[in-house]
Design a protein around this ligand. Structure first.
Ligand SMILES: [Zn+2]
Length: 234
């Protein structure tokens, strides 16, 4: 039997539990002091003042681009499937710049192959908690430039054969050999790395000093950190 007084108490208990549940839920999700945009609604709202910041699907935006999204397979440094779908997104301006890169490369007989682009913030937390070293994985206290949709990991392939060019190391090899600052590499590798770097730099990207495959787009700091899954972006 319920009387009014008991119902009031029950409501108060439910309200209190709900509030505690909400607080626990939010703090458990993000332990590192950042609160990224993590709903489709908030992401759409963030685009109202800056419609050019919309994330674009690279497979749709850039003709002839190859995707080899390593984190959608277990063939990556974590040994786990991280993404449900093999997709790649960048902010509109960065995607347009990458389309220009692809056009310029085509004249030389090469194309772009993407390993990773926009990466939801939760994935940066997973990487950090598995690796616990920020030399090669981003700190969850600052987030990654990938979380802002303004960084891309990529290489070149030969348009005739479809074969990846030799860059000296595979993607995500976390050793000194991956540094684009190295100069004493075989001629072929130096030539390939220089071609990738020069065409990317001409179009507004800058290379990361420890990873030949990683490029940041100019103005990356202007974009918000996001934790919106790929399937919420369409
Ligand atoms: Zn990267």
């Amino acid at each position: 039997m319920f009387d009014t007084k008991n119902m009031k108490i029950t409501n108060w208990i439910l309200l209190a539990l709900g509030t505690i549940g909400f607080v626990i839920d939010v703090s458990a999700q993000y332990d590192y002091g950042l609160t990224p945009i993590n709903t489709r609604e908030a992401y759409e709202a963030s685009l109202i003042d800056n419609p050019n910041a919309r994330l674009k699907d690279l497979a749709q935006e850039i003709e002839g681009i190859q995707l080899d999204i390593k984190y959608s397979t277990s063939e990556n440094f974590t040994g786990k499937v991280i993404y449900r779908e093999p997709r790649a997104f960048l902010r509109q301006e960065a995607a347009s710049a990458l389309a220009a890169v692809q056009k310029q490369l085509k004249k030389k007989g090469y194309g772009l192959k993407i390993f990773d682009a926009y990466r939801p913030y939760s994935v940066t937390i997973i990487f950090y908690e598995l690796y616990l070293d920020t030399a090669y994985v981003a700190s969850p206290y600052t987030g990654s430039r990938h979380n802002r949709g303004a960084a891309v990991d990529l290489t070149l392939f030969d348009l005739k054969t479809g074969v990846e060019l030799d860059m000296g190391t595979p993607f995500d090899e976390f050793t000194e050999q991956s540094s684009p600052l190295l100069q004493d590499l075989p001629e072929e590798i130096m030539k390939n790395r220089t071609l990738l770097r020069s065409v990317m730099e001409k179009n507004g990207f800058s290379i990361y000093p420890t990873e030949w495959w990683h490029f940041d787009f100019k103005g990356w700091e202007e974009y918000d950190i996001l934790d919106v899954p790929f399937d919420q972006l369409d």
